[in-house]
Design a protein around this ligand. Structure first.
Ligand SMILES: [Zn+2]
Ligand SMILES: [Zn+2]
Length: 509
């Protein structure tokens, strides 16, 4: 409690509520934990005090069958079918959003009461520490036609708002069911494939692995998800969803989807204090799914909430091994959580120089913090025998809040940009994104364009230059946490420690 107050993490009322919320589960995890004092210090205070997963080195078992020969991706033949996948992430519906209320309050989430000093919270959303009202989410779903038609939708979590100090299981389930029903209403028969975000639970980030049973387990959440998402997922997928919040299914012939529960990689998930070795056996399961796909000639898309570079080191490095081993099978990786528009490159582990994968990190629907609402569409090499199912291009759509909140204005969801036209790609394969990071180094104008688009057309007032820019370019090359080698080709003088400190500054989601 005193730490919360002394560090000015929040107001005394918020501190008190948040501690009540965390206390019980946190103590259970603590007493069952196998951590040493230095690890606990690393968890609570930071990496200069101790590393909390350093003693639990673990490795997934990769198949004994050799990796198939690698062929660089080739563009589809002209006229080959393409597919469009709608991508929604981080909706963050605020059940208490109040137009006209104070957008600059002292709580972690605003626009939900209080007298504003200047302009109040906008009707459609606000540039500030605010999430979205339901009518903005509904308006988005009503205006998707111009971006479609779609062949499928991926939806990577974070449904409730950021009022994490006062949420209950009832609130979270109400958000899950209300938003799912809204999506079903407007997308109709379109198959939607969800992933579990870190905000779905209560307290936030708390996802006990399956060995925790009874009332403290996640079954209240996963069972409700299985119920709500039954129209979209087959019975086998619902079974693993109930168990661990992850699943696999066939999207269409030749393409398999894996939806990961990335909360099992997160150092914010204090339940992993008990044991952080491949929680729920999820990565070993992923290896099995990928091997079966490889043997049957399927391609695989991986979706998840938290992007791999934000994972604990051990989990992230194992995931990197898996992407390396199955580079010919994994055709796409899609994440959210950071709320901004970015990507993370994967390289071959032998030389760290050949780009073999890219994890796309799509911008949020929510405005949190000071963003335009937005969504993404991926254009894929489509469903036909021999298709690569790789991403050929992507487009981002936004609602410009300055325009939308003018009294009498009609909200207009507009196309912000397309990746290929903006960056002058002929394809959008991993090698193109690798080249792009190198081009950013030489071309200030192109980098500033990326910075503007990264924030969905509403970048922070302070421009990104020098150290900010170096840290960001390094992040784009980094598909696994804590690896300074990945940034060496950028030949920067900025110490890696400083780069990491800058990354931590913008983790607010
Ligand atoms: Zn989020
Ligand atoms: Zn998140």
């Amino acid at each position: 409690m005193s730490v919360c107050q002394n560090l000015h993490l929040a107001s005394p009322e918020v501190c008190e509520e948040i501690i009540q919320l965390f206390e019980h589960d946190m103590l259970t995890a603590w007493t069952r934990s196998i951590l040493r004092p230095s690890e606990i210090c690393g968890l609570l205070v930071g990496p200069h005090c101790g590393h909390w997963d350093i003693y639990s080195d673990w490795n997934v078992t990769l198949p004994s069958t050799p990796k198939p020969p690698v062929h660089p991706p080739v563009p589809p033949r002209p006229g080959a079918p393409t597919a469009r996948v709608l991508f929604l992430t981080d909706l963050h519906w605020d059940q208490a959003y109040l137009p006209g209320s104070d957008p600059a309050c002292s709580n972690p989430l605003c626009c939900r009461g209080g007298q504003p000093r200047g302009a109040g919270a906008g009707y459609w959303g606000t540039y500030g520490r605010c999430d979205l009202p339901l009518h903005t989410l509904e308006n988005l779903l009503q205006h998707l036609a111009a971006a479609g038609p779609f062949d499928a939708a991926y939806w990577t979590g974070d449904i409730p708002a950021h009022n994490v100090w006062q949420q209950s299981r009832r609130d979270q389930l109400h958000a899950l069911n209300t938003v799912t029903a809204l999506i079903q209403k407007y997308l109709g028969p379109l198959p939607v494939y969800p992933a579990v975000g870190n905000h779905e639970s209560v307290p936030v980030n708390a996802f006990p692995p399956p060995y925790v049973h009874g009332n403290q387990s996640s079954s209240w959440l996963y069972n409700a998800m299985a119920q709500a998402w039954r129209p979209w997922l087959p019975p086998e997928a619902l079974a693993t969803l109930r168990e661990g919040g992850f699943y696999t299914l066939r999207v269409w012939p030749g393409l398999r989807l894996v939806s990961l529960n990335m909360n099992f990689c997160s150092e914010a998930n204090f339940w992993l204090l008990i044991n952080s070795t491949d929680p729920a056996g999820q990565l070993q399961w992923l290896v099995k799914v990928l091997l079966e796909a490889e043997e049957s000639g399927e391609k695989v898309h991986i979706i998840g909430h938290i992007p791999p570079s934000h994972c604990m080191r051990n989990w992230g490095w194992n995931y990197y091994h898996i992407i390396n081993r199955f580079e010919s099978t994994v055709a796409g990786q899609f994440f959210g959580h950071t709320h901004v528009d970015e990507f993370e490159l994967f390289y071959d582990e032998e030389t760290l120089s050949r780009p073999l994968g890219v994890a796309f990190v799509a911008p949020s629907v929510t405005t949190f913090v000071s963003l335009n609402p937005g969504f993404r569409v991926y254009l894929l090499d489509g469903a036909y025998p021999g298709s690569s199912h790789m991403v050929l291009d992507h487009e981002t759509f936004i609602l410009n809040l300055t325009e939308a909140n003018v009294p009498g204005a009609v909200p207009r969801w507009q196309r912000l940009y397309g990746a290929r036209e903006t960056y002058g790609f002929s394809t959008a394969f991993p090698a193109d994104w690798d080249q792009l990071v190198r081009r950013f180094q030489a071309d200030e104008g192109l980098f500033q364009r990326f910075w503007y688009l990264m924030y969905k057309g509403h970048p922070p007032r302070q421009p990104c230059r020098d150290a900010c820019r170096k840290a960001l370019l390094c992040a784009l090359r980094t598909g696994r946490a804590g690896d300074p080698e990945l940034c060496r080709p950028l030949s920067q003088e900025l110490p890696f420690r400083e780069i990491q400190a800058r990354w931590r500054l913008r983790r607010f989601c």
